[in-house]
Design a protein around this ligand. Structure first.
Ligand code: TZD
Ligand code: CA
Length: 530
């Protein structure tokens, strides 16, 4: 029988988890030594970048990712980015090396003291197996749990002397084990939902990231078409669940109670699919719903259903529900919606700074239609949605908890998952710094991602938030004097700085043809709105 390490690799392989995102230390060396040749190790230079690259890889791939961190210090470095993985429901299997079992109590150097408490409350489960022989089963349990709904990150701390121990013969049953939930809408629930939708005089759909995660975008179009109903994206979106040029598409709902209620006024039925109700941000007391509206939520996450402050909810497989509702409702009872209006026109910028909207309009024109956008430039979100022409599934990712440090490395991880789609990171000059070391990984592994740094010299979103709160001038809001081309070059990434449309398009075309990573630093205006 093989050892604990050998069976672990068999289990990982049987789930397609042959890419290890990590940053090693002494506790991890016995696991990594002599890695089987069908496994690849992707080294990140800081654990925040490691975690975000793994997250981007998992999101783009539509599957799980495996992470190996160094003890407590590595785990701690990864936790900021991990806040996003909870809300993006990313199935991440995070392992950390622990000191030799018999020495943990002495707290020898690099012991992960109280290891299972450390990553809480950001993981679905946290475990240090009771003995070496239980490591394979605990790994298997972690993989199943990460992938069962609601998906999410799990954590395992493993003493490094466990790997060479003999595995129990029963461990072979763990290889390729699968688990699934059969939580589809019942026939009665489907009938009631259809009756509700058919009976509504002015229904509206509010779609969330789970629709995109379940690849139900086209079924959402079928449902919207059958109902001839408007479609909004739920506030603070981390993914794009609906084509932005469809006649039903109305945009992204604002993340404040009052503004959201106002926009939905006149609707008697609000059907929220695959989103929390709601991910508000700015505090804006008011009525949760417009007068006379009923809210119904469909979600795969019991926590999302339970914590909503208003409305009724059904916990179910969202993709299946959308597909079945699209054929269950009575089509053609409302007039067809008019075609979409044109994009907001953008005047070409002058004076050595581009407006972000102009950058996004040029990207729409010159980037491939199926490009994958990973965005972490917080003040330009409105401009992005006004200019975006997103048509296919898995095309947009944003940090789901707003924790910066996701975007730049996640774009690199997403590109690693996509051999045939161009991934473009749209990263603010503030955000870029939290995960900047991932540039080295992109260069080292020749990952042909394009990173566009929008350089306005400030934490633009915080300036906007300050104006909302009336806090006036505040220290620590500007980030002048950062040369991202010098930083990128230092990490081995080709980089260019531009400040007008012509140079931008030139740089973009060159980057699209390159088989290696490129960073484009664009001098931009400070936007006037958030
Ligand atoms: N630190 C972390 C880890 N996450 C955060 N969300 C913040 C700090 C606070 N923060 C925001 O929420 S937005 C923002 C900060 C610092 C400014 C980001 O600046 P940027 O983008 O240059 O990336 P804009 O477009 O200038 O806002
Ligand atoms: Ca900025």
């Amino acid at each position: 029988m093989s050892d604990v390490r050998g069976v672990t690799f068999d289990i990982l392989r049987s789930h397609g988890l042959t890419t290890i995102f990590g940053n090693p230390g002494s506790n991890e060396l016995p696991f990594l030594a002599g890695l089987p040749s069908d496994f690849r190790y992707v080294l990140g230079l800081h654990e925040g970048a490691v975690m975000a690259m793994a997250d981007g890889y998992a999101l783009a791939r539509g599957g799980a990712a495996f992470v190996n961190l160094h003890s407590a210090a590595g785990t701690g470095n990864a936790m900021g980015v991990l806040t996003n993985s909870v809300y993006s429901h990313s199935p991440l299997i995070i392992t950390a090396g622990q000191q030799v079992r018999s020495t943990i109590g002495q707290e020898v150097m690099l012991t992960n003291v109280d290891a299972t408490a450390l990553p809480k409350p950001l993981v679905k489960s946290s475990c240090e197996p009771a003995c070496a022989q239980d490591v394979p089963r605990a790994i298997s349990q972690a993989i199943q749990l990460a992938n069962l709904p609601p998906k999410g990150p799990v954590y395992l701390s493993i003493p490094y002397d466990d790997w060479s121990q003999e595995a129990p013969s029963t461990a072979r049953h763990l290889i390729g084990r699968s688990t699934a939930v059969g939580g589809c809408l019942s026939a009665l629930q489907l009938e009631e939902l259809s009756r509700l939708l058919d009976g509504a005089s002015n229904p509206v759909l509010v779609l969330g990231p789970e629709v995109d995660a379940e690849a139900a975008n086209e079924d959402a179009v079928r449902l919207a078409d059958a109902l001839a109903a408007p479609v909004w994206i739920a506030p603070s979106p981390s993914r794009c669940p609906f084509p932005t040029r469809h006649p039903s598409f109305r945009g992204v709902l604002p993340a404040g109670v009052r503004a959201l209620s106002e926009l939905l006024s006149g609707h008697d039925l609000i059907l929220v699919i695959g989103a929390p109700v709601f991910r508000y941000h700015q505090f804006e007391p008011g009525d949760l719903l417009p007068e006379g509206a009923r809210l119904m939520q469909l979600t795969g996450d019991p926590g999302e259903a339970a914590r909503a402050p208003v409305g009724d909810a059904i916990v179910c497989a969202v993709g299946d529900a959308v597909a079945r509702m699209a054929v269950a409702v009575t089509p053609g009872t409302r007039p067809k919606l008019p075609p979409v209006v044109d994009f907001v026109a953008v005047a070409p910028s002058t004076g050595g700074r581009m407006h972000p909207a102009e950058v996004f309009a040029l990207l729409r024109e010159f980037a491939p239609e199926d490009a994958v956008w990973v965005k972490e430039s917080t003040s330009t979100t409105e401009d992005f949605w006004a200019q975006a022409a997103i048509s296919c599934q898995g095309s947009y990712f944003f940090p789901a908890a707003g924790g910066l440090g996701f975007g730049l490395p996640a774009a690199i991880g997403a590109q690693l998952a996509h051999a045939d789609r161009q991934v473009i990171g749209l990263i603010g000059d503030g955000s870029a710094n939290y995960g900047i070391t991932a540039l080295w990984t992109a260069a080292e592994y020749q990952i042909p991602v394009i990173i566009i740094v929008l350089k306005n010299g400030t934490y633009g979103a915080l300036r906007w938030f300050g104006s909302q709160l009336g806090t006036g001038e505040t220290p620590g809001l500007d980030v002048p004097g950062i040369d991202f081309t010098a930083i990128a070059t230092g990490f081995g990434v080709t980089a260019v700085a531009v400040s007008n449309a012509e140079d931008f398009v030139h740089a973009l075309k060159a980057a699209l043809c390159a088989s290696k990573p490129t960073l484009i630093e664009v001098q931009t205006d400070v936007p006037s709105s958030g």
